[in-house]
Design a protein around this ligand. Sequence first.
Ligand code: SAM
Length: 460
Amino acid sequence: MQKNDLVTVRIEDMGTGGEGIGKVDGCALFIKDAIIGDLVEAKIMKMKKNYGYARLMNILAPSPARQNARCKEARRCGGCQIQEMDYRQQLAFKKGKVENNLLRLGAVPKEVLDAAMEGIIGMDEPFRYRNKAQYPIGRDREGHLTAGFYAGRTHQIIPLPDMDCALGAEENQPILQEILAFMGEYHVQPYDEESHAGLVRHVLIRKGFATGELMVCLVINGDALPHSDVLAERLSSIQGMTSITCSVNREKTNVIMGKDIKTIWGQDYITDYIGDVKFHISPLSFYQVNPVQTERLYGTALEFAGLTGKETVWDLYCGIGTISLFLARRAGCVCGVEIVPQAIRDAKNNAAINDISNARFYVGKAEEVLPGMYEKEGVQADVIVVDPPRKGCEQIVLETMVKMQPDRIVYVSCDPATLARDVKYLRGNGYELDRVKAVDMFPHTVHVETVCLMSRVEGK
Ligand SMILES: C[S@@+](CC[C@H](N)C(=O)[O-])C[C@H]1O[C@@H](n2cnc3c(N)ncnc32)[C@H](O)[C@@H]1O
């Protein structure tokens, strides 16, 4: 096989990026937009020794799992990878991914996994789940103002079909339309990356799903937005509008938000709830993007933690303290550790607005704070919750957790491969995998979140 060859391939698996994988002459081919069960014609784009990349040319026989994407730009937009796959099949694919990693990388015996696996929590309505959207603003090929998304691996803006993303809130559409109309009328220029000229770079929209409150933040390459009072008047008539701000970003950078936030109208934050915990969210705050599934994810973590009201809980990699505060009302005390100082400031503020006084938060690396406090102060835990970034827990964090001998470790993970690696270590050091539940936080993407309960085995 060589470049430009046309081949016929049956798709048998899917890669981590959602690309279909099929074999020709024993050689694996990765084909974007092909899904398990498709028979496709593909054109070879690049060949390595044992694998290659091919472009989908024709679907010769569609997979029974294939469906029409709701968004007509689903293939070009980097946001969704598997929108053309039936939702039940997406869930089965994600559950399988978690199981395969635990079996193969985690060396969990099949009978242990079968007893522990409790399935995957999907969404009843897997669209319009995102409470946050960030749209680059620019011009389309004809020179019209547009909001859209970047085509895969480029900074070329593809206009959003009808200014609407199927995963975002319905309010995003009238907000974007109002902003673009305003910019046209008052000759406010969109930012141009190449010349570093123009003003409006991005529009951030957030919605509190529990409160209906809306936030709009325009990221600008300047100190002020001209005629901002006119825009504020127009946007504030949209039901739920609570906060209109500008974020000043004059840097030549791919980082979207600038740190200087100026309020144009209303408050500089919106309020939302996860369960009965209240959060103040400002333009720069981290906040989970799928609130419906977040509540289910944290509910699972809470259930697995098995709290009676007396326990000392450590919540490592705690972000703005969402899990910590969710657990605090049912625990003796909770200690959160997080590397980002602003997130810890938000966590403390969120504890205060909820009258939660049994949560303490520490800024620092989990791999330094936890071992340091264990060695110096002999801190203990009944339950440890970890929700690390994709790379999983540092070895020293795992070692310290084992030394602390909590009864239960609740591991919340966004990467099944590093989860499996860490489960393997914990199983080899006195803990057993008792319960596993996957949660689909991001329908139509390849991502999957997992919650595991590891319980201490007596006598080990
Ligand atoms: C997957 S997020 C979890 C956030 C939080 N549990 C939540 O649900 O909102 C991982 C968090 O770990 C933080 N982080 C990354 N590396 C860290 C480290 N070495 N020590 C402590 N926190 C870290 C990140 O800033 C991020 O907030």
